[in-house]
Design a protein around this ligand. Sequence first.
Ligand code: SAH
Length: 387
Amino acid sequence: MTDLPDPVRRPQPGQLTFAAPRRGKPPKHLADLDSAERKAAVEEMGHEGFRAKQLSTHYFERLVDDPDAMTDLPKNARQDLVSGLLPTLLTPVRELRADAGATIKQVWRLFDGALVESVLMRYPGRVTMCISSQAGCGMNCPFCATGQEGLTRNLSTAEIVEQVVAGARSLRHGDLAGERDAEEVESPLRVSNVVFMGMGEALANYRQAINAIRRLTDPAPDGLGMSARGITMSTVGLVPAIDKLAAEGIPVTLALSLHAPDDELRNELVPINTRWTVDEAIDAAYRYYRATGRRVSIEYALIKDINDHGWRADLLGEKLNQRGKGWVHVNPIPLNPTPGSKWTASRRGVEQNFVERLRAHGIPTTVRDTRGSEIDGACGQLAASTA
Ligand code: SAH
C-alpha cells in the first residue's frame, strides 16, 4: 500500500509507450462497477442488494462518502459498505487558484503515491472539468510537459470518475468563483463539461476511459447523469481506437490533436504520427463525424516559427475541406510554456493570420482561451510536481 512508484525513466525523443508498467491495482470502488455488479458486490458483502442503489444515490447524487451522513442505511452497515465500496482513491496534495478563483487546479495523490492533476474552470453558463486518464503519458509529444514525464500507469475507472465527483463537490461547496448564470442559480451547480485533456492519452487506457464515460453519463443514481455532448475525448490520433469509440454509440465530442498538417513536421511534434499519418488521422476523425454526427475539433498548438506558417494553415484548410464541409472546426491553442522547452507561442499577428487563413477556407476557427497557465494548469503543463 505504501510503496512509492518506481522512478519512471524519461522516454527518448520519439519513443512511444503503449503498455503501462505493471503495478498494484487501486482498491475496487463503486464507480468501477455498473449497477448489476454493484448489487452483486453488496450481496457478496452480506448486505441486501437494494443497498447498492442507496449507496449509489449517496455517491453520485448527494456526492457524499461520509458514513455518518448516510442516515437511511442501518448504522452497522454504513461503515462496512463505505470501507468496501467507497475507499479513498484521491488524496488532495495541493490546490492552486487562478483567474480570480474561477480556475482551480487540484493535484491528487493516488493509493500508490502516483500524482495526477485535474482542473475545474468556470465559464459563462458552463463549468468545465479537465481530467486525467493516466499518471504521466506514453505519447511523448516534445512540447507537452506530461509527455516528457513518461507513463507511470493507467488510472482505474473510479480514479477517473472520482476527479469529476470531487470537482462537483467543490462546486457544491461554492469553492469556484465567477459569475453564475440565471439557470445555475436556480438549479444545483453541476459540472456541465468534462474534457479528457489532463494527463494521459485516454484512448490508450481505452476500457477504463469508456467505463468512466458511462459512469459520467449514466442517469442518476447509477452515474452522474451528464450529457455525452458535454464530454470531449481528446487524442493524439490512435486510429483504431477512434473507430472503436465511434462504434460505442456514446456521442461524445472528439478532439484530434493534429498540430501540423504535414507528416514531416507532425512526426516530430506528435510521434504517434510515425504509426498513423496526418491523412489517416484526419480520415478517422471524419469517420467519427459520419458515425456520430458530432462535429470534430482539431487541436493545433501554435508554436512560433515551427508550425504557424500561412502555408500550413492553407494546407490544413485544404485537407479538411477535401473530406467535406461543416464537419470540423479548428481550435488553435497558443503554446503554453513547459520546463526546458525551447519553443514559445506564436506572435499575436501570426496567430491572427493563421486563424484568418483557415476561416478563408470556410473552416470555423476559434483560438482556445487557455486557463491557468500561471499555475501550470493549462494544456500541456500538467506534470504533477509537488515542489
Ligand atoms: N493525450 C491527449 C490529451 C492531451 S492534453 C491528446 O493528445 O489530445 C490536451 C491538448 O493540449 C492536446 O491537444 C495537446 O496536444 C495540447 N498541448 C499539450 N502541450 C501543450 C502546450 N505546451 N501548449 C498548448 N497545448 C498543449
